[in-house]
Design a protein around this ligand. Sequence first.
Ligand code: HC1
Ligand code: SF4
Length: 574
Amino acid sequence: KVTVTINNKTVTVPREYTILNAAVEAGVKIPTLCHLDLHDLKMVNRTASCRVCMVEVEGSPKLSPACATPVNDGMEIMTDTMKAITARRMSIELLLSNHPTDCLVCQKNLQCELQALAHQLGVREINYSGERTTYHLDTSSQAVVKNQDKCILCRRCETACNAIQTCGILSALNRGFETVVGPAFNLPMAETSCTYCGSCVAVCPTAALTEVNHIPKVWEALRNPKKYVVVQTAPAIRVALGELFGMEPGTIVTGKLAAGLKKLGFDKVFDTDFGADVTILEEASELLERIDNNKTLPMLTSCCPAWVSYIEHQFPDLVDIPSSCKSPHIMVGTIIKSYFAEKNNIDPKDITVVSIMPCVAKKAEAARTELSIDDNNNVDIVITTRELAMMFNEAGIDFDKLSDEEFDHPLGETTGASVIFGTTGGVIEAAVRTVHEWKTGEGLEKIEYEQLRGIEGLREAEVKVDGTKLNIGIAHGLGNARKLLEDIRNGKSKYHAIEIMACPGGCIGGGGQPYHYGNDEVVKARQKAIYEEEKNKEVRKSHLNKEVLKMYEEYFEKPYSEKAHKLLHTKYTP
Ligand code: HC1
Ligand code: SF4
């Protein structure tokens, strides 16, 4: 350990700490911009490129970046001297001198870290002028917009894309003033192997990387009298949306969410959780079928579209291992345009399905033609949690004042099992509950599988089902998934089933969720809320969802039937 003083306050900290880490311990706030430290999720960006965290160290003629300077015993650090404050302000001014000033109409207005720091540091004029570099706006993809003009070269996206997701799409190109961060050869995003996981979007401090804005499409559908517009909302939205209306992370807003969507004017407000229960019936059937008939194992969950895209691009030899189930919101889209449409005598072509997702990749997933039926996409428009909050604001809805309402039926009944889809470990826990009861014919004594829960990036557990041991693997973050996939490729995997989610934390930490810039406490609070919401559900196992069972009886006959295969399953392309 070493002892240092920061603004005359003494703290003793581990030797490997930086000045910034020590300042946190001392309760001293040093502003940062490029820095990112998601400790529990193991995402650290320490490029020291923005020079905002400059501090004075006694005896040193030059200022030091707090994020990249290790502590020494006896070090005396001052963070609030005139010299440090002036240097910090100058760094921000320099960044602003080469940054567009369209803040008022920027997608990140009031959510931009650069804008917030400029305000915090009292920047009132930009004393540096020069020619600004401008670049082509990349709108080539269905999910992510890349605006190099707004990039401040903090390299957080590079860390997210390479170190955490191991996708290798974004990296610094060229040198000096010519430096940009982008795909190799500056290819348009749509021409790369981008999974659209949105991790880069989630950590970008400015609007250099954002989701494609699909709000106008939703308004257009709602205004069209010929369209029957149905909305569905993912499990992870209800524990995060409140943050965008000033509520604490982890506030559960399920009832307000249903009420707000009804106010927006959707013809039906359904729940993606219904589709999660259907997914479990299909996926559990598939797992048992694969085990009983000695077919390919492990089976991998397939609800995360970034993950599916990752395996297609990076492990094309393994495309036979994910479950063939479409993801829950695509299943709901299919069910709306088949079962629901038939039941209500509506032409599927007149229906627009809108999904509210915590995810950027769901936008690209919905556009995949192999998921459509008779050239009709199952889901027509996907918007993120952030976009939904914008729509509430645009419509003048006071979200926090809404009284709770219920989802519509028949795609509104849900179970605890479907709620936990929103967190890492949840999908496989839901599946194991059903596999166990189907196999043994007995009710579970304890429904919570604590061994499958947690926040570590890679977890494993052994669960007993009817005397047989099932080895379960769980990964979130594509870099963690890569390790499990390499084991499978090398014939070393011991697992029967693996759950993979691309985003750190699972969907609760999705790329479309309220920004939580480097604070993994937010993700943990959302996870806690998911388990709380699940505990309050009357029914907690997917195979006991009455509306789901009724639908099978009336339409699909039984899980994994021929009709279910045709409508609810898909194939992957290497
Ligand atoms: Fe998810 Fe899913 S849980 S993928 O994480 O399987 O996005 O929330 O909607 O489809 O149900 C996301 C969340 C979501 C699907 C479900
Ligand atoms: Fe990389 Fe994901 Fe961003 Fe694509 S969306 S560039 S894969 S971090």
